[in-house]
Design a protein around this ligand. Structure first.
Ligand SMILES: [Zn+2]
Length: 255
């Protein structure tokens, strides 16, 4: 498909694509927040767009919606550049976006966070988001554990045993090396906090209670090859989940 990214299309092209059967929109909800000394503030937005594009390619009948940000990043506010909104505001923004996508003719919206701090707020707002989507089906990919399991499985295969919740670590850095290599300050890759804290503890106390440089895990050893495997593992997980939900849904042919 020539144009898969909605914001780069004209309304005429978009209308034509929807009329020809591209009825699925993929919506990433990202953040603008510190990502350690080596990655830019828009890391989660680049990852969100990259993951959504790879998924659109895999599905074949989907378009990439504009990435939503900022997200819920209060736990990163100790570092400059982080912009954060409340869970209520994020829910309202996402609700407004899905409402417009539904009116444009999309009948299925795949909703996923490309930032860990957005999982709980989006889960909490899901009933309102579904209501705003009207007739469009929301396929929510809001199981953070499932995403982490897919990525940790790749780390295992590559011989990395670390299970620190990922932030500006080997996982995010490798995917950035694959998607936007020029943005990675390779000479600034530094180890951060390594351990296995509760996810709720990280968001509740803030990352500055654990790490000075803003990094969780160790990005050293990151590579574009590892990044490609991580992207593929996420697409496998997401596409599997979507196909399963499509098969369960009455009146829709499974792929
Ligand atoms: Zn991130």
């Amino acid at each position: 498909m020539q144009h898969m990214t909605m914001e780069d299309m004209t309304w005429v092209e978009l209308e034509t694509a929807i009329a020809k059967g591209s009825r699925t929109a993929i919506l990433a909800v990202a953040s603008i927040e510190q990502h350690g000394p080596a990655l830019p503030l828009n890391t989660d937005a680049i990852l969100g767009r990259g993951l959504a594009s790879a998924l659109a390619e895999e599905l074949g009948d989907a378009l990439v919606a504009p990435v939503v940000y900022p997200g819920c990043s209060d736990h990163h506010l100790a570092w400059p550049g982080t912009l954060s909104v409340t869970a209520e505001v994020l829910g309202e923004v996402v609700g407004g976006v899905v409402s417009c996508l539904s009116k444009a003719g999309f009948t299925e919206i795949i909703l996923f966070p490309s930032h860990g701090g957005n999982f709980d707020p989006l889960r909490g707002a899901l009933p309102e988001i579904r209501a705003m989507a009207a007739d469009a089906e929301i396929v929510d990919l809001l199981d953070f554990r499932a995403v982490l399991d897919a990525w940790f499985g790749v780390l295992d295969r590559h011989g990395y045993g670390d299970r620190t919740p990922p932030h500006a670590d080997i996982i995010e850095t490798s995917m950035m090396m694959c998607l936007a290599p020029d943005t990675v300050r390779s000479e600034r890759l530094e180890r951060g906090f390594v351990g296995n804290p509760e996810l709720g503890d990280l968001t509740g106390r803030g990352l500055d209670a654990f790490t000075e440089n803003g990094v969780l895990g160790d990005p050293r050893g990151a590579s574009p090859e590892l990044g490609r495997d991580l992207l593929e593992a996420w697409v496998d997980y997401a596409a599997g989940e979507i196909r399963w939900r499509r098969a369960e849904r009455p009146g829709r042919d499974s792929l």
